[in-house]
Design a protein around this ligand. Sequence first.
Ligand code: C2E
Ligand code: MG
Ligand code: MG
Length: 647
Amino acid sequence: MTRKILATLRTLMSVPHDNPKLLKAQYLALSRQLPLMYLVLLLNMWALAFTHLAVAPFWLTLVIPLVMTVICVARACMWLRSTRRLPPADAQILASLRRTNQLVPIIAGAFTAWSLALYPYGDAYSQSHVAFFMGITVIVCIFCMMHLRPAALTTTLVVNVAFVIFFASTHNPAFIATAVNVLLVSLAMLVILQHHYRDFTHLVNVQAQTEQLSNENLRLANQDSLTGLPNRRQFFTTLERAMSQAITGQKGLAVGILDLDGFKPVNDLYGHSVGDKILVMVGQRLRQLVGATVHVARLGGDEFALVLEGGLDDEDLHAFGKTLCEQLHVEFLLVDVPIQIGATLGIATFPQHAASAMELFEYADYALYQGKHHNPGAMCLFSASHREQLQSDGITEQALRRAVLDKEFFVLFQPILDSCSRETVAFEALARWDSPELGLVSPARFIPIAERIGLINRLTLPLLRQALDMARSWPEGIRLSFNLSVHDCGAHDSVQSIVEVINASGFNPAYLDLEITETVVMQDIPQVQWAIRRFRQLGCGISLDDFGTGYSSLSQLHALALTKLKIDRRFVTDIHLNPASYKIVKSLVALSHDMELECVVEGVETLDELKALRSLGCTQVQGFFFSPPVAFADTLVWLAQAEQRQG
Ligand code: C2E
Ligand code: MG
Ligand code: MG
C-alpha cells in the first residue's frame, strides 16, 4: 500500500523522462506561460511592497523585492528566448524542466516567507492585502504551471501549508475563513489540473502517434516495397530538388535511367520469386556502387533511375556508367546455375543538353532507348546528335500519325540465294514509306517510331497483305520472308490478325517465313512461344533475324520453335579480312547446324565475302552483291533472267 502511494507520488512529482514528445510539448507550453507568470508575480509583489513601504523596514520593501525582481526577470527572459528558438535537444529539455521543478519550491518559499514577513508591520487592511496576495498569486501560478504537474503541486503545497498554518495561528476568524477558502479553491484547482494534465498528455500522445503514422505512410508512399529503394514518386521529388539546387548553385546535374537486359526471360524461366530476388540484389549492388551524391531509385519493373549531383564531366560519367554496367553483368548466384543479365544505362546532363528536370529525364530515357537499340549492356550518353535525332523523330512521328497507311507504304523485295547454285530461293519483303512530307523514309527510321507510338500493328497488316498478294505471282517454291515487329507477337489479338491475313491471302503458308528479331525473344518468352506455335501450326517458317546482335541465350533460343537463323551483316562486312568476324560467323554457322536450323547470311556485298562464306559452309546468302531490294515488277524480271541464266 505504502509502496503504491510512494509510486503514485513519484509519478506525480517527476517529469516524464521516457516520453520526449510530452517533454517537448511541456517545454513549449511553459515557455509561453512562465514569462506571464513572472510578470503577474512581480506586479503583485511590488503592489504589496508599495502598501508596506511606509511601515515595513527598507530591506523588506525594497531590497528583497529588487533581488526577487532580478531573479524573476532572468528566468522570464530565459523562457522568452526559448520561444524564439527551435526547441533544444531532448536531454536539454529534460534538464531544463528538472531545474524548474527544483527552483519552484525555492521561489514559492521565498515569496511566501517574504509576504508573511510583511504581515506584522501592517494594519488590518495591509494584513488582508498579504492574505489576498498569497491567495490570488498561488492561483495564477497553478494556472501557469499546469503543464508541469510537479511544479504546480509543489507551489500549491508550499504556499497553502504556510498560509493555513500562519493564518490559523492568528486566531482571527476572517483570516481563518480566508485560509479555508484558499485551501478549498487550491484543492479544486488541483483536481482541474489533474484532469487537464491527463487530457494534455493524451493529446500529445495521440498527436505523436498520428505523426508517426503519417511519417510511416509518407515513407511507404515514397519507397519501393520490394527493393527498399526510393520509388518513382520519390525519384521525381529528388530530381526536382536537385534541379533547383543545381540552378541556384550553377552546378551540373545528370540523370541516368537503367534498364536490365535479359531480365524478362530470367523471370519467365526461373519464376517471379527469383526475378524479385534479382531486383533486390540489383538494388543492393547499385547502392554499394554509388556515393552520397548519387540517388538511386526504382522506377518500376526492371527500370532503375539515378540522380547524379555535383557536376560530373563526360569522362567521369563514362567511367561511372562502365563500372555500373560491368557490376550488373556479374553473375547472380541464386539458383543452382549462376544467372547472368546485363544493364543498359542512358544518361543526360544539365546544363549541357536539358534545361529542366523533365527534359533531363526525357533525354536520359532517349539515351537509354538508343543504347538499347545500338549498344545494349553499356552506357549511352545523350549527345547533340541525339537531340537532332529526337527532333527529327518528332517530325517523323507527326508525319507518321498523319500518313495514309494503305497509300504511302509499300514493300520492296530483296532476293535470298543459294550460295553455290545462285538460285533464288526466296525474297525478303522490306517496307518503304513514301511520305508526301518527308520523301522516301527508311524502315530503320520509321519502324521504331511506329512501334513506340503503337502504330506498328496497323502498319504490319496492309504490308503483309500486299507482300502475300504479290508473292502469289512468283513461281511455285519461291519463298517469301516477312519481318514482324516485337509488338506483332506481343498480344494474342495481333497474332490472330496476322494469321487471318495469311489465311485470306491464298499464298501457301508453307512458303512463308516470318522473321523476328532477338529483341522479340527477350520480351516475354511464353507469349512469343505461343505466337510462334500459332504460326508454325499454319505451316510458316520462323527465322531469327539479326542473329548475334542480342542477348538471347542458347536455352532461350532452344525454347522457341525456330526454323532459320539469319546472321547479321555486321559480322559479314570484310569477313575475309577480319579474323574475329570469320570466327564468329563460323561458330554461328556451326550452331545453326547443331540446332538443325537453316542459315541465311545477310549483307553480302563483295565476291570475297561470298567466297569466305561459302568456305564456311553457308548455304543461303542475301545482299547488295546480288541485288538491292527491288520493286515487285523487278522481282519478276529477276526470276525470268535467272531462268534464262540456268536455261
Ligand atoms: P532486316 O530485316 O535485317 O533487313 C535487312 C536490311 O539490310 C534491309 O534494310 C536491307 O536493305 C539491308 N541490306 C540488305 N543487303 C545489304 C547489304 O549488302 N549491305 C547493306 N549495307 N545493307 C543491306 P532496310 O530495308 O532499310 O530495313 C531495315 C530494317 O527494318 C530491317 O532489317 C527490318 O528489321 C526492318 N524492316 C523492314 N521492313 C519491315 C517490315 O515490313 N516490318 C518490320 N517490322 N520491320 C521491317
Ligand atoms: Mg529481316
Ligand atoms: Mg537482319
